[in-house]
Design a protein around this ligand. Structure first.
Ligand code: ADP
Ligand code: MG
Length: 511
């Protein structure tokens, strides 16, 4: 590819200010025809903001967008589509009860006015599906399709509108490893056919696998460019975080003892009243990490809520240290069950934004000695406790009296981890413990989880990140549609094998 070719897309000096936040600062981006540009950056780095500006969803505070060598005014997504830019969002925008064809036609101006030639649209979908290797059946109902195929329907929608530039915002977040490979194959075909792609991710392996060029954002600024041929994951991580990072977890073999948590035929309902867990049985022993792997939305959230007393158990039993804790209160599960919970949604369950850091650090024990004496809260022991934890867990804050909501996401998570890890416990339930935090904090939290295991704590780790499950677990349970579809020892686990289980393919089945 020659550097002198006119880029299909250019962002020049893009700055975007939100109240109190510089989301993008003087960003330059160029995209050539037939190129896959990876945009890499931690949560909050400004990736989506930049894409929303390119797709006409936000107006930049300063800067210009150029398409095929000319400046354009991106009024709204319709302008972007007319200019050949399509975007696949992280949350799909498809109507489940409608067919692929109906979804593709939906919102297309050319089919407005009552005259809809469905057959012609279906034929065009077949043609595009063939050309780009998408394998999408125009007559299929969306609700019958796996997530990986729904994503290809979104890509098809963009191609149907003649997109030559595709923006894929964290497309692999919802996919199994096999589905991700399928997506990469599609991206390679699209590139061969001359499409240009901006691929957003925070996963280092993926950018090295698929990108022609890598651009790294940190704190709203471009901090570097990299060539995937000559760059390592270590170098990319350092660019993303701004310092050297350990990417592997240092841990010895587990020495498991007696069962601490036992689940027996657990059944719970989802918020909608449908079955979310359909008879889950498993054991977590002292001194081992049991990882629960699965594509998001297969009952993981409900599983953790049922164990921690946040969701009603409709059938089966939860036993902790030999005592039945089914439907016990969260407070009883914490104290009598000697358990800790790092919640998936830290804002709903893990912290109170308007409380100080010091108060957040005693959230589930402020009513006990030494933090309270009778009904009197003891401020000095609380402050002492906070200073020690902030120091040990490296919570970056100028002041323990500051309100916790003012901390960055990674530091909020470290605060929650500090509180939950600092009590004498026998059971740790960690749900998505590193979601949305930077690689440096991930490293730290992983080390702390392993340290707990080595102290003899039973750890239940629930994570949507297969790499995290593989790095930490001693045994791995895969959850699929509310059932444990398989449990394997870490030593016997492969990404491929786990990926098949995550897609619902049972061992020995011939589907
Ligand atoms: N609509 C918005 N209003 C206010 N702040 C926003 C908005 N969208 C994003 N931000 C802020 O801008 C920064 C960059 O966010 P974003 O572009 O979503 O990052 P990324 O996609 O890299 O995770 C974050 O600090 C985020 O909180
Ligand atoms: Mg984003």
């Amino acid at each position: 590819m020659s550097n002198s070719a006119t880029p299909v897309l250019e962002a020049r000096n893009i700055t975007k200010l939100f109240p109190g936040v510089v989301a993008n600062e003087d960003i330059h981006l160029t995209l050539q025809k037939g190129e896959i540009l990876a945009l890499l950056g931690e949560n909050g780095a400004g990736k989506s903001t930049l894409m929303h500006i390119i797709f006409g969803l936000y107006r930049p505070t300063r800067g210009e967008i150029w398409v095929n060598g000319a400046p354009v005014v991106m009024k709204n997504p319709r302008t972007a589509l007319q200019l050949g830019i399509g975007m696949v969002h992280q949350h799909f925008q498809l109507v489940p009860v409608m067919s692929v064809t109906d979804n593709v036609m939906l919102g297309d101006e050319r089919v407005k006015g009552g005259f809809l030639d469905r057959d012609a649209v279906a034929a065009r979908i077949r043609e595009l599906s063939q050309k780009y290797g998408l394998e999408v059946d125009p007559d299929a109902l969306i609700e019958d399709l796996p997530l990986g195929v729904r994503q290809r329907v979104e890509i098809l929608k963009a191609l149907y509108r003649n997109a030559q530039i595709l923006i894929l915002d964290e497309p692999t977040a919802v996919l199994t490893p096999q589905e991700a490979e399928g997506l990469f194959a599609v991206m390679e075909t699209l590139r061969r056919q001359g499409e240009s792609i901006i691929f957003i991710t925070h996963k280092l392996k993926e950018v090295l696998r698929i990108a022609d060029r890598i651009m790294v954002l940190r704190g709203g600024r471009v901090v570097g460019h990299a060539d995937p041929q000559t760059t390592t994951q270590q170098q990319l991580a350092a660019m993303m975080v701004g310092r050297e990072v350990l990417l592997t977890v240092d841990k010895g073999p587990a020495d498991p003892g007696e069962p601490v948590l036992e689940l027996d035929g657990l059944r719970v309902a989802s918020d909608l009243g449908t079955p979310a867990l359909r008879g889950v049985s498993l054991q977590v022993r002292a001194g081992e990490i049991l990882g629960v792997a699965g594509v998001q939305g297969n009952g993981q959230t409900e599983l953790v809520e049922a164990i921690t007393g946040l969701r009603r158990v409709e059938g089966g039993r939860v036993v902790m240290n030999g005592t039945d804790m089914t439907n016990a209160s969260p407070r009883r599960i914490t104290h009598e069950g000697r358990s800790s919970h790092v919640p998936e949604d830290r804002h709903a369950y893990g912290m109170v934004d308007v409380y100080s850091i010091a108060d957040n650090l005693v959230l589930n024990q402020y009513y006990r000695a030494p933090f309270a004496s009778g009904i009197t809260i003891q401020t000095e022991p609380i402050a002492e406790h906070a200073r020690a934890l902030v120091d040990t867990f490296d919570v970056r804050t100028p002041d323990i009296a500051m309100h916790a909501g003012g901390l960055s996401g990674g530091n909020q998570q470290k605060m929650v981890v500090a509180r939950e890890f600092s009590r004498p416990i026998r059971l740790l339930i960690a749900a998505q413990p590193t979601r949305g935090i930077d690689v440096g904090s991930i490293e730290f939290i992983h080390q702390q989880i392993v340290a707990k295991r080595d102290e003899g704590v039973a750890v239940l780790l629930v994570s949507a990140e297969l790499d995290e499950i593989m790095a930490l677990s001693d045994r791995i349970a895969v959850i699929y549609k509310g059932e444990i579809i398989g449990i394997v020892n870490r030593a016997d686990a492969t990404r491929e094998g786990l990926g098949l289980l995550m897609a619902g393919v049972r061992p020995g089945s011939h589907e």
